[in-house]
Design a protein around this ligand. Structure first.
Ligand SMILES: NC(=O)c1ccc[n+]([C@@H]2O[C@H](COP(=O)([O-])OP(=O)(O)OC[C@H]3O[C@@H](n4cnc5c(N)ncnc54)[C@H](O)[C@@H]3O)[C@@H](O)[C@H]2O)c1
Length: 330
């Protein structure tokens, strides 16, 4: 069987992770690395053994040897690139946030559905062994917690994330991960939010929030998210779900799980991924290949991309307005 051809568009930090996963997967060919910055594209193509490199996304999006496009560019370009990929009937792995606005997300959803293509969102945490097992251990949590506390970025590191016109805002840019994971772990939608926010690093918009969530089934949740400084115990990313004497705590960037059941010895699950930033990414790509090859698999899709952005924007709205916000139904 001919292997599926993959093009990576956006050869920075995250595009590099995806390109290396494709090159290692054995289930697809990395045919092209593309970036408006030609040196980045050349470097990634050279180091991953990709067939070619280029600076014009429209070329690979139209190319017959490309079946899947990985979109890992700065967020303000996702909408246009995703619509173009759908127009050419390419399957895609689209990085988060899906787009800048909920309306743009809805347009991408529609384009993917009309083109009959599969689009997976970059919600990698869903795919670590620790998160998978947490979901099995507490299938219907009554309380959910996501804590994401970063160290403040060194100056110049991914400076575009602080530019709202390019990233959609530093807070929302990563908050969508927490929202998606709590939706995934609860299996329910978030319907009401109250939140407070602050700017710890001096950005114009809040970079940090504490938000309270109500889920449709009555479960409650909390998100602490921001840039004040990472936890040495829990790591930057940690999640907890709990119900009636069972608590699943995921820490170490989503790679370790402790399940505590009242009256029993704790169980520990460790994901084998050695690099915290890569955790879940290879499994996400594998699941996309499974889906493209016609196997039944659970993927974070365009609707998940839209809903995570919608809830993150509602959290921003709750911070700005100082009032609880009801999440509109789509
Ligand atoms: N899922 C995750 O855990 C995760 C982690 C980090 C970043 N991301 C997301 O991945 C995307 C990229 O982030 P990054 O950290 O890799 O940024 P980065 O700055 O390291 O890389 C972005 C690259 O995109 C290129 N680019 C910009 N516009 C382009 C266009 N129109 N066509 C081709 N190339 C273009 C830039 O030149 C740059 O090389 C963002 O949407 C970000 O939110 C996701």
């Amino acid at each position: 069987m001919t292997q599926l051809g993959v093009a990576v568009v956006g050869c920075g930090f995250q595009g590099g992770i995806h390109a290396r996963n494709v090159a290692r997967s054995g289930r697809a060919r990395l045919v092209a690395c593309v970036d408006v910055d030609g040196e980045r594209a050349d470097h990634l193509a050279r180091t991953t053994g990709a067939g070619r490199s280029g600076t014009r996304p429209e070329e690979v999006l139209a190319s017959s040897d490309v079946d899947i496009v990985v979109v890992a560019t700065t967020t303000h370009t996702h909408h246009e690139l995703a619509l173009e990929a759908a127009r050419h009937e390419k399957h895609m792995l689209l990085e988060k946030p899906m787009a800048m606005t909920v309306d743009e997300c809805l347009e991408i959803e529609q384009a993917c559905s009309e083109a009959g293509i599969i689009a997976a969102l970059g919600y990698k945490f869903r795919f670590t062994d620790a998160v998978r097992e947490a979901r099995r251990a507490v299938p219907s949590p009554s309380v959910l917690v996501a804590q994401t506390l970063y160290d403040p970025s060194p100056q110049g590191a991914n400076a575009w994330v602080d530019d709202r016109a390019l990233s959609g805002g530093r807070l929302v840019s990563s908050l969508v991960h927490s929202v998606d994971l709590l939706r995934y772990l609860s299996g329910e939608e978030i319907i009401r939010i109250s939140a407070t926010g602050a700017s710890i690093t001096g950005t114009a918009d809040p970079d940090t929030t504490t938000a309270s969530l109500l889920f449709r089934n009555g479960a409650i949740g909390s998100i602490v998210h921001g840039t004040a400084g990472a936890s040495g115990l829990l790591s930057t990313w940690s999640f907890q779900t709990a119900d009636l004497g069972t608590n699943a705590t995921v820490h170490d960037h989503g790679r370790r799980l402790i399940v505590h059941r009242q009256g029993e010895a704790d169980t520990i699950v460790v994901d084998p991924c050695g690099d915290p930033y890569e955790a879940g990414t290879a499994q996400l790509f594998d699941a996309l290949i499974d889906a493209v090859e016609g196997e039944t698999t659970e993927l974070p899709g365009p609707r998940d991309g839209t809903l995570s952005l919608l809830v993150a924007r509602c959290i921003e709205q709750a911070i700005a307005g100082g009032q609880a916000v009801t999440v509109p139904s789509l």
